[in-house]
Design a protein around this ligand. Structure first.
Ligand code: NAD
Length: 736
């Protein structure tokens, strides 16, 4: 029998080697067809008397990424369509669909012949769940081998037996930790957790897996053996009495109750360990069906998986532009940002000329890369040779003539129009025809800077976020005259350095900073109202923001906030800013000398390590303080999310952002907007535009006109539209 996605080779010892290698895909994933074929392989190997056992491995460098999430997304659409007709029947059908993978893996586990999973590379999600259903598991010790059940990161959880098998192989605490965080395990760690039987040299992988079968591996899972005991003795032990009462509290501390899937993992393990294995699987299947019906799961899969992938693959790349291979990049300005931009570029295998005003400054910029390489070598992420090769790709220089063969130049000099103008002119004097100039400015409109350019068609913004080596987002900004080639080069470059781009039109603050400053300004309003600072910070985290607004402002620098407000007044007049905000930041910076983390004094105090930062007590003396009981935390949470989402809606209305996927992905990757919502616009669509507009009205009447719903929102509310429907990124009109 032949299969599309697998080959089966039975050797003289009667061991069938099943190699999973999907044609035309860089990674194996579970699709309906793969499940059909695996089912057929189980039947065929059981029926074939010559087959004594099966080793399953991958023909690719990775083992598998798990279930194809587009398949899961299609389950949502199916459920929504069916629900309208008959909700109970729709839930039952969803339940049956969800059980398909569970049933397939249980069939494999109980087929009567031993199966060994030979894990040669990354093994995630459903693929690890399948491996856990195999009777033996061997992994190669190659650095590339990573095992994880990362489903929680996209709003779902391991729903094909993962919660039941992991918690029957390892202690409950490690199982919960692994599944509620979605963390990746090395092969060594997975073996220490009893999730693997052996870890071997890569070339020993298949022989070792086959040897397990030759050594008489029993085709019975431990939990199917008589007298099986759960590791640690199960739920009703003294150790469990320590773990289980605390577990929900710890989860609440980490997630503020915002992630239904994380809670479902706890329930599956707690309930599942008290019943026979097959009943445990049913419990898991029920919770999975329930979680799949949540807005959180739908929105997270859409933004954090599907949209992110689409944007990464160039969804916004202009048609008809040939792919550009970026061989050499110039970075001008080897300061805080430029040094790191040079590093990430060199890490992607691209040669970089790093220019500053003199050789000393340029060399200092390169030394930032040296520090990062040293760290990576220390953490085992780079070998000495790889580190040396990376650094050899960065050439410090003070001579613009060295840019004469660059494909792209990125400037990251001082945020000053005159300095930038001089740099643009100096670069263009040597830059070859067809090469692109990009500015990393964070506040100066690109069209204005492009006026200094002789070729504004080749001028674009590529806005990085700090720390550059960690932040996955880049904002690509189109000036009025930016041409398609510049956009294509910018996107090809962003893809080469493995970051996710969003493409936005020109405006003050672009997309991300416009939203971020709304967040910070709402915190200013709360301070001015007398809300205790700790409540402001905690409410933001409870709303799902990773960093409180005051803490974030310290990172950004309070004096930068002041400068931005002053620039807005200079450019747009006094009314462009809130006078009370100006007073607050001016007092912080000019009276108190509190600039933020950079001088260890901002809204927080930063004592020398290991002491932790704490809110500056003097802040309470700025405004008469409200009593905590008089402040409604629920409203604080709403104010943060609504003010940011409203700003995002304005960027759509103004045509700054044109694709809802970019607003959502940009908000999560750029400033960690409550990921469980799926991003700023999914937050609005998730509650319904009408409900959002009503909430805006309520907040506006209590907290100011900046909450007033915009004309577009009112129109959409009236027509019953969604952002994903009205601004359909796929060009087909369909309500999301
Ligand atoms: P920085 O002061 O750390 O670095 C600027 C560098 O430019 C310095 O090394 C300086 O010597 C060099 N420079 C100045 N004039 C020059 C010239 N004529 N020729 C060559 N080099 C020159 O500043 P930074 O924080 O790295 O910011 C650089 C740019 O990046 C700014 O436009 C800023 O708005 C933008 N940006 C900053 C951040 C951030 O978090 N700091 C984030 C995104 C974007």
């Amino acid at each position: 029998m032949t299969y599309t996605n697998f080959t089966v080779d039975t050797d003289a010892d009667g061991i069938a080697l099943v190699t999973w290698d999907m044609p035309g895909k860089s990674m194996n994933v579970f699709t309906a067809e793969v499940m059909d074929e695996l089912n057929a392989i189980i039947d065929a190997t059981v029926a074939d008397k010559a087959v004594k056992g099966v080793v399953i491995t991958s023909g690719k460098s990775s083992f598998s990424g798990g279930a194809d999430l587009s398949m899961i997304k299609s389950m949502f659409s199916f459920y929504q369509d069916e629900k309208a007709k008959d909700p109970a029947a729709a839930a039952q059908k969803l339940f049956d669909l969800v059980g398909r993978m569970t049933g397939l893996f249980r069939k494999l586990e109980t087929c009567g012949k031993p199966w060994v999973s030979a894990i040669n590379g990354t093994c995630m999600g459903g693929a690890l769940e399948m491996s856990l259903a195999c009777h033996g598991r061997v992994a190669s010790n190659a650095k590339s081998v990573k095992l994880a059940l990362p489903e929680v990161k996209v709003g779902i959880f391991p729903g094909a037996g993962g919660t039941q098998r992991v918690s029957r192989l390892t202690d409950a605490q490690s199982a919960l930790q692994m599944m509620t965080t979605g963390q990746s395990l090395t092969a060594t760690r997975a073996k220490a957790m009893n999730l693997l039987h052996q870890v071997v040299e890569p070339d020993q992988l298949i022989p070792a897996a086959k040897q397990m079968i030759k050594d008489g591996l029993k085709p019975v899972a431990p939990w199917d053996e008589k007298g099986f005991k759960v590791p640690g003795g199960g739920i009703w032990t003294p150790a469990s009495a320590q773990l289980w009462p605390a577990a929900p509290a710890i989860l609440r501390r980490e997630t503020s109750g915002n992630y239904p899937a994380a809670l479902a993992i706890l329930k599956c393990v707690y309930e599942g360990l008290q019943v026979p294995f097959d009943t445990g699987l049913k419990i898991e299947q029920r919770y999975f069906t329930q979680v799949l019906q949540t807005t959180e799961a739908y929105s997270m899969i859409r933004s954090l998986f599907i949209s992110m992938q689409e944007l990464g693959k160039g969804a916004r790349r202009p048609a008809g532009q040939p792919k550009n291979e970026i061989k050499k990049v110039g970075v001008v300005g080897a300061g805080f940002m430029g040094a790191s931009i040079a590093y990430v570029t060199a890490a992607a295998g691209i040669s970089v000329t790093l220019i500053d005003r003199d050789m000393e400054a340029a060399t200092k910029g390169k030394s930032v890369g040296e520090g990062l390489v040293k760290d990576s070598i220390g953490k085992g992420r780079l070998t000495q040779d790889e580190g040396a090769a990376l650094l050899a790709r960065i050439t410090p220089s003070a001579d613009y003539a060295d840019l004469s063969d660059a494909n792209l130049v990125i400037e990251a000099v001082f945020e000053d129009r005159e300095v930038k103008k001089a740099v643009i002119e100096a670069v263009e004097a040597v830059l070859p025809e067809g090469a692109i100039f990009a500015s990393n400015t964070s506040t100066l409109p690109i069209s204005g800077l492009a006026r200094n350019s002789k070729r504004p068609v080749d001028f674009i913004g590529i806005h990085f976020f700090s720390p550059v080596e960690k932040m996955m987002l880049t904002e690509v900004i189109l000036g009025k005259e930016t041409g398609d080639k510049a956009l294509a080069v910018a996107l090809d470059y962003v893809a080469a350095i493995k970051k996710t781009p969003i493409v936005v039109n020109d405006t003050r603050g672009f997309f991300v900073n416009r939203c971020v400053f709304r967040y910070i300004h709402e915190a200013y309003d709360m301070l001015i109202e007398g809300v205790p600072p700790a409540m402001i910070e905690n409410a933001a985290k409870m709303a799902g923001m990773p960093v409180g607004p005051l803490s974030l402002n310290d990172e950004v620098a309070v004096d930068l906030s002041m400068k931005i407000l002053k620039a807005a007044v200079a450019d747009l007049g006094e009314n462009a800013v809130d006078a009370k905000h100006m007073q607050l930041v001016t007092r912080m910076v000019e009276t108190e000398g509190r600039l933020g983390r950079k001088n260890s004094k901002g809204f927080y105090d930063y004592p020398p390590k290991p002491a932790k930062k704490s809110l500056w007590p003097g802040l309470k003396d700025f405004y008469p303080q409200k009593k905590a009981d008089d402040v409604d935390v629920k409203v604080l949470k709403q104010r943060f999310l609504v003010t940011i989402a409203l700003e995002a809606a304005r960027t759509i209305e103004e045509g700054i952002v044109t694709d809802p996927r970019e607003a959502d992905v940009g908000s999560i990757l750029g400033f960690g907007f409550a990921p469980y919502t799926g991003g700023v616009l999914s937050y609005i669509d998730g509650m319904g535009v009408k409900a959002f507009a009503n909430l805006c009205e309520t907040l506006a009447s209590a907290y100011g006109d900046h909450f007033k719903p915009t004309a577009l929102l009112q129109e959409m509310a009236q027509k019953g539209e969604t952002f994903y429907g009205r601004f359909d990124p796929y060009g087909v009109k369909a309500a999301a």
